[in-house]
Design a protein around this ligand. Structure first.
Ligand SMILES: [Zn+2]
Ligand SMILES: [Zn+2]
Length: 191
């Protein structure tokens, strides 16, 4: 049985400090792998991760599994929650593991490793068996779909385009952009 303490140094090095988020994250990820019967020491070829935060906890997923965003085996749904779902692409089995909210060290706690070491997994984590209906375009592998947006001329892969009046365009052009392009400001002459 892999011990989360074996990953503490790697977590500290990768994340920059050792915090409760790292420790909870390591335990949560090891729990997820154990539920799927996956060996943490083996390369994770069939594992896909759905992470519900972009805080500390998310880094622990990389530290344990080595899975990176660019390999298409990690999706971030930033719901602001300390939770992740672990999907085995081979069997389609999936488990969502979340950190329970009732146990937290208070600010004066000096030894976080000892603090979290006092609790069993069932005391700090909750587990749900879930079903993930992964779209074919979201599976790892070559892009199944590519369009060129007729409005901005940029390519859109993986079915991330959207239909507007029967035309496939990119989401930015469809009004879903997360950015604005500022209006050009008229030159002001200093007085
Ligand atoms: Zn942290
Ligand atoms: Zn566009």
């Amino acid at each position: 049985m892999t011990d989360w303490r074996d990953y503490l140094e790697r977590a500290r090095a990768y994340h920059g400090h050792l915090c409760s988020g790292q420790i909870l994250g390591l335990r949560l990820v090891l729990k997820g792998l154990a539920l799927l019967g996956l060996d943490p020491a083996a390369p994770q070829r069939d594992l896909m991760l759905f992470i519900e935060t972009n805080r500390c906890l998310a880094d622990a997923a990389y530290v344990v599994t080595g899975i990176t965003l660019g390999r298409r085996r990690l999706l971030v749904y930033n719901f602001g929650k300390a939770a992740m779902t672990f999907l085995d692409l081979r069997t389609n089995q999936a488990f969502r593991v979340a950190a329970r909210s009732d146990i937290r060290p208070d600010k004066s706690e000096k030894d976080l490793v000892a603090f979290w070491g006092r609790y069993d997994d069932d005391q700090i984590l909750s587990v749900q068996k879930v079903v993930i209906n992964l779209r074919p375009e979201d599976r790892p592998g070559k892009p199944l779909r590519r369009i060129t947006c007729p409005r901005c001329g940029e390519d859109v892969l993986d079915g991330r385009d959207t239909l507007v009046q029967g035309q496939a365009i990119c989401r930015s052009c469809a009004g879903e952009a997360y950015y604005q392009i500022p209006e050009p400001t008229p030159e002001t002459t200093p007085e």
